[in-house]
Design a protein around this ligand. Structure first.
Ligand SMILES: NC(=O)c1ccc[n+]([C@@H]2O[C@H](COP(=O)([O-])OP(=O)(O)OC[C@H]3O[C@@H](n4cnc5c(N)ncnc54)[C@H](OP(=O)(O)O)[C@@H]3O)[C@@H](O)[C@H]2O)c1
Length: 178
């Protein structure tokens, strides 16, 4: 899949929901323009633990977990103690194309406030739920944009409607320039 945002230092973030949307999440986070490269998914320790063991690490992507504690999560998983270190480390790797930050709350919040954050890929569920974890407020530096690879209009699965949204950071600065 070819998308205009796929630069080596692109940083994007997303929120996930149902089967159709999980397929979208998988496709978006796995797709690279360079077949010799793969993408990275960066997540907080609790998000990592929320993925059933049989599904982790997420296949076809470099899994990066943030934690303040010194721990190993196996040979295939990279552990970092700061988001900035993780982003800089991934940027320096020649085998990584796009870095996707996949939550949770505080990781989204830190990333969205960073000038390294290029785009937000968000799925908005058009239904009310009781929640204990919340997506941060989207700052005014983000403007709605269209991406031809993202389905437009209202989507529906099992009677639940949802919509894919894309925002771009008007204050985005390539990590190469910092
Ligand atoms: N719908 C969605 O799109 C979506 C996406 C992601 C997650 N979730 C859900 O959200 C919940 C988890 O989210 P959460 O916000 O509670 O937790 P989280 O962000 O996934 O994890 C928080 C933990 O990550 C580590 N961490 C976070 N930022 C760090 C940083 N800058 N440097 C070092 N370590 C850092 C810390 O781990 P230590 O305590 O080990 O130091 C912290 O306690 C789960 O239920 C998950 O299923 C939903």
């Amino acid at each position: 899949m070819r998308t205009e945002h796929r630069r080596e230092d692109s940083i994007v973030t997303i929120t996930a929901c149902n089967r159709k949307e999980l397929a979208y999440f998988s496709k978006m986070t796995k797709s690279t323009t360079d077949p010799l490269k793969k993408n990275a998914v960066v997540m907080g320790r609790k998000t990592w633990e929320s993925i059933p063991e049989k599904f982790r690490p997420l296949p076809g992507r470099l899994n990066v977990v943030l934690t303040c504690t010194n721990r190993s999560l196996g040979e295939e998983v990279i552990v970092h103690t700061s988001l900035e270190d993780a982003i800089k480390d991934l940027h320096n790797r020649q085998d990584v194309e796009t870095v996707w930050v996949i939550g949770g709350s505080s990781v989204y919040d830190e990333m969205m406030k960073s000038s390294y954050c290029h785009r937000l890929y968000i799925t908005s569920i058009l239904k009310d739920y009781s929640c204990d974890t919340f997506f941060p407020e989207i700052g005014s530096q983000y403007i709605s944009v269209s991406d031809p690879t993202v389905p437009s209009g209202i989507q529906e699965e099992n009677g639940i409607q949802f919509q894919y949204k894309v925002y771009e950071n008007t204050e985005y600065v390539s990590i190469k320039n910092i």
